[in-house]
Every structure is written in structure tokens, then in C-alpha cells.
Design a protein around this ligand. Structure first.
Ligand SMILES: *Cc1c(COP(=O)(O)O)cnc(C)c1O
Length: 375
């Protein structure tokens, strides 16, 4: 039987974040079952993509949906869609033409995923600075070559940008579509329709392989049906520009099952469970000298999920925060937690299997040198 262990790869406990480098997410049984069923027969993939898209659009109260191979692929596809529409003559000119290729982005929204814009032949045009942006800067950036505005959602980035509502109002006055990168903005579930229906954005992108618990290489492109049609024109199974980012029938059905499941979860009860785990961690670690254990909220992507923050006074507890991260990762089982510079670590409760919260508490006490003994 092929397994991680047989390959010499040790599974780890993920208390850091839904990071692709750590495997993204684990898949619930319903999702695996849907993928397994999908894998058993051949099917017309164009028909399936449309049909899965219609179903997810209905579930998420959107006009239309396209299943991409991740949110980064969603950036590529939606920028291509804004550049070409569903006109195959324009699609055939990619990537340096058609001339409509500029994508406006706030400085405070420059993220490690924005090279996806250039992968679509797009050129980033940056407005504002890390701390502020004025509406006339957006107005001045728009011209005949503007394909779209790419807006990265999350209150952690809001300080340096215009509001999404103002961005949409200004862009739409010039008939420029707004793409929202909301890859990690779940929970709350309402975000699946908030950015498009409430805030008026043309497209919203989500990762399928983060909190949704779908297959790792999936993402949702939600929004305007003409742009979704344009995404389909640019993507697989056509041998066109985004063919290199295809999704299979298994991923399509797996993501549909994941969305369906996610909408039925009791998110309030999950939230209470996370609060309880964090409170218990704080209780277990409160007496360690040189360590302050506290609740941190919201998380790194400004999601409404509490985390444990441990602030370390290295002179007293004998360890730097970065060393604690390395020690947990090097132990058995390896545990991934986040470094919060300069002197803290963050531990998140929302991706743990049963019992892992206890393992983490014990290992933190061990590493901090107290071996479970109160001082
Ligand atoms: C995770 C993330 C992405 C990339 O998502 P994938 O589904 O892994 O391709 C893009 N943008 C933001 C803001 C993200 O958090």
C-alpha cells in the first residue's frame, strides 16, 4: 500500500494556516466519495463544467460559476476573460495582444499571487501606496487599455485601499470590471455572495482547497455569466491559453460536494469550538514564566477565527519564538505553527483532527521547558 510513511514522508499537524506548502486542507469523506464516483466513467467535460457551474452558482446565489484549478488560476482565467470576452478571434491573439491588458491594483493589494496577472499577459498598474489611495488615482489610471481592476479582499489590507464599493462605482462608470481575489475569505459563508451580489463586483475568486475542504487544485470563479463564458472560452478542454490549468471531472464534482457541505455546516458551533480550544490552550500555558498566552483575533487573512498567541520573553523562558517554531516542526509528530515576529508564535485551532489540540498543548509545555509541571 502506497502511503506517506512508506515514502518516508512524515505527516504533520497543521496549526499554521491553509498553506499549499503544507497540503492546503484535508478532504471530508463526502468530497472523496464524489471524486471517486466521478472517476469511474467518461463524460463530456464541457457539459459537466457548465452543469457543475450552474449548480454551484445556485448554491452560492451567484449568476454563474466556473471551477478553476485554484484561486491563482482564477486570477489568470478572469484576467484573460476581461481581456478577450468570449470572442475567439481575440483569444487567438493572446498573450501580447489584444491591447486591452492593463490591470489596476492598489499598492496595498500587491500580494505574492499577483504574478498570475502577468501569466495572463496582463500588465499591473499600481495605484496609491501602502497607507492610502485617493479616488482620483483610480480614475486617472483607467484608459482604453484597462482590462480590469484586481481587488484583494480582507480588512487586513483595507487601510491602504479604497473601499470595494467605491472601487466598483468608479470602475463601472468607465465600464471596467472588478475582480475580487477573496481566496481565503471563508468563513463567513456569506462572502460567497457578498462581494458579487452586495458589493457589485463582477467576479469573486475563492480557493477550493482552503476552508472549503475541496480538492487542493480547485477554485471558484463566481459572478457575471458573460465573463464566466469567457473564462470557459480561454480554458481547458480547449487547447487555448489557459489549457495548462485544467481541472478534471473528479475535481469538479469534489468541489461541488465541498461547497454543498460547507453551506450546511453549523458555523456558529464551529466558532464556539475554536474559542474553547484557544481558551483551553491559554489555561494550560498561563503559568509558564516568560510566556504570555493570549487570544489573537481575527486570523492572518482577517477571517473570524481565534488563535492562540504566545509571546516569549527569551531572557526569562530561554527560547526565541522562531526557535519554538523550528523545534515543533522538527519533533514527532512535526507540528506547524506560525512565527509572529518579532517575539511571538500563533497557533490556529481550525484544521485539527480530534486529539491534536491536546498533543499541541503538551508539546508546547515540553518545549518551553516545564514538562507539564506548574511553577
Ligand atoms: C491562497 C491565496 C491565493 C492562491 O490560491 P490557490 O487556490 O492556492 O491558487 C490567491 N490569493 C490569495 C489572497 C490567497 O490567500
Amino acid at each position: 500500500m502506497i502511503s506517506y510513511e512508506e515514502l518516508g514522508v512524515t505527516p504533520l499537524i497543521n496549526a499554521d494556516a491553509h498553506l499549499t506548502a503544507l497540503g492546503g486542507s484535508t478532504m471530508p469523506d463526502e468530497v472523496i466519495a464524489a471524486m471517486q464516483r466521478a472517476s469511474k466513467s467518461f463524460v463530456d467535460v464541457v457539459e459537466l463544467q457548465e452543469s457543475v457551474g450552474r449548480r454551484i452558482a445556485d448554491l452560492t446565489h451567484n449568476e454563474a460559476c466556473y471551477v478553476s484549478s485554484g484561486a491563482a488560476a482564477g486570477i489568470v482565467l478572469s484576467v484573460l476573460a476581461c481581456r478577450t470576452g468570449d470572442d475567439v478571434r481575440l483569444v487567438s491573439q493572446l498573450p501580447d495582444r489584444p491591447p486591452k491588458r492593463e490591470v489596476i491594483i492598489h499598492s496595498s493589494h500587491r500580494i505574492p499571487y499577483d504574478p498570475a496577472v502577468r501569466l495572463a499577459g496582463g500588465q499591473l498598474v499600481t495605484i496609491g501606496n501602502a497607507m492610502q489611495t485617493f479616488f482620483w488615482e483610480l480614475e486617472a489610471a483607467i484608459n482604453d487599455r484597462t482590462a480590469a481592476v484586481l481587488f484583494v479582499a480582507g480588512t487586513h489590507l483595507a487601510g491602504g485601499s479604497l473601499s470595494l464599493e467605491d472601487t466598483v462605482a468608479i470602475a463601472h462608470r468607465a465600464r471596467v470590471p472588478v475582480i475580487v481575489d477573496a481566496a481565503a475569505q471563508l468563513p463567513p459563508i456569506e462572502n460567497l455572495w457578498h462581494f458579487t451580489r452586495n458589493a457589485g463586483a463582477d467576479i469573486a475568486l475563492f480557493s477550493g482547497g482552503k476552508a472549503l475542504g475541496g480538492p487542493q487544485p480547485t477554485g471558484l470563479i463566481l459572478g457575471r455569466s458573460d465573463l464566466i463564458r469567457a473564462c470557459a472560452q480561454n480554458g481547458a478542454p480547449h487547447q487555448r491559453f489557459a489549457r495548462a490549468m485544467k481541472t478534471g471531472k473528479e475535481e469538479m464534482l469534489g468541489l461541488l460536494a465541498a461547497v454543498d457541505r460547507y453551506l450546511k455546516l453549523d458555523h456558529q458551533s464551529l466558532g464556539r469550538q475554536y474559542e474553547q480550544t484557544v481558551a483551553e490552550w491559554i489555561g494550560r500555558l498561563a503559568d509558564i514564566k516568560g510566556v504570555v498566552a493570549e487570544r489573537a483575533y481575527p486570523n492572518e487573512a482577517a477571517q473570524p477565527i481565534p488563535r492562540l498567541r504566545l509571546r516569549l520573553d527569551a531572557a526569562v523562558c530561554g527560547m526565541f519564538a522562531s526557535d519554538l517554531v523550528a523545534k515543533l516542526r522538527a519533533g514527532h509528530p512535526p507540528i506547524a505553527i506560525a512565527f509572529d515576529p518579532p517575539d511571538a508564535v500563533l497557533v490556529t485551532p481550525d484544521m485539527l483532527c480530534s486529539g491534536e489540540d491536546e498533543t499541541i498543548a503538551c508539546r508546547l509545555r515540553d518545549e518551553l521547558g516545564r514538562r507539564g509541571e506548574p511553577q
